[in-house]
Design a binder for this molecule. Structure first.
Ligand code: 0X9
Ligand code: ZN
Length: 499
């Protein structure tokens, strides 16, 4: 809490704001009914946290009076008056979390220490398949811990990489449990479940259960409804919203400029330790696909968040296909992130917009901290969505297509690839190389010219000695593009001999 706010200032603010119908000393959950999307956008822009929406209604957290400044509170109050019908659903949101705080260890929920100890235990017990790494240090000096599951050391090179993270937002404790459940599934299933073993051996999975450990600590020990990180501002208020601070399209709609608003965007894009940790990790690892978990609303969302614009059609169809497949597994609704209201500086806009990853935000459950009995079901079905992603999304936006030939003759075998211009319209390629490894281990390559009259189809012959092969070309940006990105094709069997 903002203990420094003098009592006098607080009572004065009440006078100034009167009659502020929804103002309260405790954080409240309101349901408001709307007829125009402009009102929804105004509410998102006011710095209020919209947590759920239905048919013409939405649920919004109104922060407690002593958590926000007079100005920030007044702005939310002003916009709330645009909604004629408002209901208080929960008068004091803090009390929702009381059952878990009755015991010092928060029951089924992990404290920050418990979560990080669990990752360290896995690393100690299963060193061949996992290790921990701190991806950054917070303003209060805590490590942002990751568990990296998969082949270790040099064996990790060239494997597709995935990221699953929780707790951008402090009070969304359930979002910690899903990445932890996934970690457990991968490391303990390795010895007993061949499907798990196959995924662990062929992928590198980064799991960051608590991106915002300062805020989560605050939520678990001080003020339960805390959302942001714990940066201290000049006006003695605290916190930047990590999910408004990513530096891709930072500073637009649905993010607040008030430091004490729940959706404060920060002084600049990536001004915070949490977002810069993800930025640096994502730039280095180049994830194929990833999920950021939040609560609540039971949604699987794809970009864009920052505007109502759509991702160009063929790519949005891919996002939609995988979102719907995951939504089948967890029973949630798949939708574009900005379907209700845009918000800028979000995680998935950066992950897709800058790094090209197939990036989703999943809102878990129907309340910030679901009851203990609901947790196993939520973690199980959402870990299943993560497993689906690991299995199916290693190359979500393929650069090329290729039908492996059926057989090889003594003179070799033909290969043909076609560029996927639908997904990669800017790639202007005049020749593609086939890079192959021969039986004696040598790596060689041969240029495949464009097929006569075609600009996207390339073909040529590989010698019978080729055992495995892939394709490469130089992109418009001068980078070597390898396809498929993470594996080689096997050469076909000799004609007349089955494999
Ligand atoms: O507002 C957020 O950061 C996320 N919701 S939450 O209630 N967990 O805070 C939603 C992120 C997706 N962005 C939009 N729907 N615009
Ligand atoms: Zn959230």
């Amino acid at each position: 809490m903002n203990h420094l706010r003098p009592l006098l200032g607080w009572s004065l603010s009440l006078l100034l704001l009167a009659p502020a119908l929804d103002a309260s000393p405790a954080a409240q959950l309101l349901r408001v009914y709307y007829s125009s999307k402009a009102d929804v956008r105004a509410l998102a822009n006011s710095g209020a946290d919209i947590v759920r929406h239905g048919d013409k209604w939405l649920e919004v957290v109104v922060p407690s009076d002593d958590e926000v400044s007079t100005q920030a509170a007044a702005e939310i109050q002003r916009v709330l008056t645009r909604f004629d019908k408002r209901e208080v659903l929960v008068k004091d949101l803090d009390t929702l979390l009381d059952p878990f705080r009755a015991t010092p260890d928060l029951g089924v929920y992990h404290t920050v220490k418990e979560a990080h100890d669990e990752l360290a235990e896995y690393a100690a017990k299963y060193p061949e398949i996992c290790r921990t790494e701190s991806i950054g240090k917070t303003i209060e000096g805590r490590d942002i811990e990751a568990l990296i599951v998969g082949p270790q050391g040099a064996k990790a090179a060239g494997k597709p990489r995935f990221l699953f993270c929780g707790a951008h937002h402090s009070r969304e404790w359930i979002s910690i449990e899903v990445p932890l459940a996934l970690a457990k599934k991968l490391v303990t299933g390795y010895a007993t479940d061949p499907a798990v073993k196959a995924l662990v051996d062929s992928r590198v999975t980064w799991i960051v259960p608590i991106l915002n450990p300062d805020g989560v600590t605050h939520s678990q020990t001080q003020y339960k409804m805390w959302r942001k990180n714990r940066r201290k501002h000049a006006n003695n208020s605290f916190g930047v919203d990590p999910n408004r601070n990513y530096g891709y399209k930072w500073g637009g709609a649905g993010a607040s400029t008030w430091p004490d608003s729940d959706t404060y965007r920060g002084a600049s894009g990536f001004s915070e330790a949490e977002t810069s940790a993800i930025r640096d990790l994502a730039r280095r690892e180049k994830f194929a696909a990833d999920i950021s978990f939040h609560s609540y609303s039971e949604l699987v969302m794809w970009p864009w968040s920052y505007s109502e614009e759509h991702i160009a059609a063929p790519r949005e169809a891919i996002f939609k296909k995988y979102a719907q497949a995951m939504a089948e597994l967890n029973g949630y609704t798949a939708e574009k992130s900005s379907d209700l209201y845009p918000s800028s500086g979000d995680y998935d806009d950066f992950m897709y917009g800058e790094t090209g990853a197939l990036s989703f935000t999943i809102e878990l459950g129907q309340t910030f901290v679901p009851s203990e009995s609901e947790v196993p079901e939520i973690t199980e079905k959402n870990a299943a969505a993560c497993m689906f992603m690991l299995k199916n999304c290693e190359d979500p936006f393929p650069r090329m297509a290729h039908t492996p030939p059926a057989a090889s003759e003594p003179s070799g075998f033909p290969v043909e690839v076609s560029l996927n211009r639908e997904l990669w319209p800017d790639e202007n390629v005049s020749s593609v190389s086939a890079v192959y490894a021969t039986t004696d281990g040598a790596i060689q390559s041969t240029d495949l010219p464009a097929v006569a009259g075609q600009t996207t189809i390339f073909s040529g012959n590989l010698p019978a000695a080729a055992r495995t092969y892939h394709f490469e070309y130089t992109s418009a940006k001068g980078e070597t593009v390898r396809w498929p990105p993470y594996r080689d094709f096997e050469a076909p069997p000799a004609a007349g001999k089955g494999r």
